[in-house]
Structure formats: C-alpha cells, structure tokens
Ligand binder design. Sequence first.
Ligand code: F6P
Length: 258
Amino acid sequence: LLMEQFTGMDQLEKQLASLFEIERCLIVSGNSDEQEKVIGEFGELVDEALQRQLPEGRNIIAVMGGTTMAEVARHVSPLETTKRHNLFVPARGGIGEAVSIQANSVSALMAANAHGEHRALYVPEQLSEEAYHTLLKEPSIRTVLAMIKEANCVVHSIGRAVHMAARRKMSEDEIVRLKQKNAVAESFGYFFDEHGAIVHKVPRIGLSLEDIQKMPTVLAVAGGKSKVKAITAYMKNAPKQTWLITDEAAANEILKGK
Ligand code: F6P
C-alpha cells in the first residue's frame, strides 16, 4: 500500500509540474491550512533541496518572509560546508511584515540553522522617496544589495492578494484598486491577477522578478486549499526552473480546476 501511495504522489507531482511547465513539483500529504505539521514537512523538503541543489563554492541564498517561510526556516539543518560557502540574505527590503516574519528575521534563522553566514538589509518600512534614494547611497546598504543581486538561489512563498495587502497595512484605497484589478496572488511584493499578469508592485529594494528569471535555483513553497487561486495564478508565469513545494490538498484542487 505504501508503495502505491508513493507512486500516486509521484504521478500527482509529475502532473502538476507539467501543468505549470516547471522543473519539479514536490507534494507533502495533507492540508497545510489544517495541519501545522505539513508546513514543517515543506521545511524538510526545502532542506533536502538546498542540500542537493546548491553547488560547490560560494552560494548566496535569498530568502523571503511570511509565516510559511518562518516555519520552513526552523526545519533547515546544517548544510555540508567543506566545499561550500553559504551566505543567506533577505530577498527584499521591508514590505510591511511583522518583525518575526520579515525576510531579515527569516533569513537570519535559516542561516543559523544551516550554519551559514547572514547579512541583514536594514531599510525602514515607511520612507519618503527622498530618504529612500539617500539610503540607497549608503555603503553598507549598497554592499548587501549587491550580494542580493548576485544570489544563485531564492526561497519564497506565495500569498493571497487581499489577505497580504491587509496584513501589510496597505490603505483601503489601494486594496479597492487591487480588487478592481482582480489581484489574486502576491509574491515578492508583486500582485498578480488570475492570468499571472502583474497588476501592482510594492516599490522596495532587493530582488525583482526579472532577477529571479535567471536564477539557477528557485524554490516556491505554498500549500493549503485557501491558496489554490494564488498558487495557480503566480505559477502561470513563474520561472521554468522553479521547484514548487506544496501539499496534496492544494495539488488535487489545482488539478481539478485546470
Ligand atoms: O512576504 C513574503 C512572502 O513570501 C510573500 O511573497 C508571500 O505572499 C507571503 O510571504 C506569504 O505569506 P504566508 O506564508 O504567511 O502565507
């Protein structure tokens, strides 16, 4: 029976990867909306993927924030480092998240668990245009930004548009506009409609979607029935080398609606 279950999951993974035309899909059994442990298992898969995918030499791993990523970071284990040097950085400057789930905190935790190095990117959440440009000239910020732009791996999640906008305290007006544009997904501070088209960007420094296109290792981690629309929308135009790590509940629902 175990073997059959394994083969079944294997089929599901292949179907989902071919639907989204991406390199790989890894599916954990269960539903992360209802079972916290499923997110822990996403973390174990991210850990395995990093152990296997990161090449020898110098690696820069850019990490996004969010509740999924915070739990994933807890499950990363020491990376083999005799031939590798691993530096973890936040993928983007503050986009309005609470401290414990900000990319700075999540990447720091991942670095500590992986026995890697970490560099933080200190940019306040609310800044005038002028102050923002002044900060960009700061040598300490420029150094970290240059490292982020050199990243060869990114780990991120995918969120629901309106939920993310509210959590990041975007204004009522902005939320109304997002709804008018039919935004259903958010990732990296970009909002997407159900066709995967970008309908809004939160202007912040760090990785852009363009940077991610060329990156050798891209791990997207999101599951649960509640995120089905968001995952489907974002994955439509996701870079082809993406590995999607999700759960059975989301995978079945996505394939049902295709
Ligand atoms: O803010 C980073 C991020 O990974 C977003 O890209 C994504 O929309 C969101 O977090 C997901 O948050 P959560 O894991 O809490 O659903």
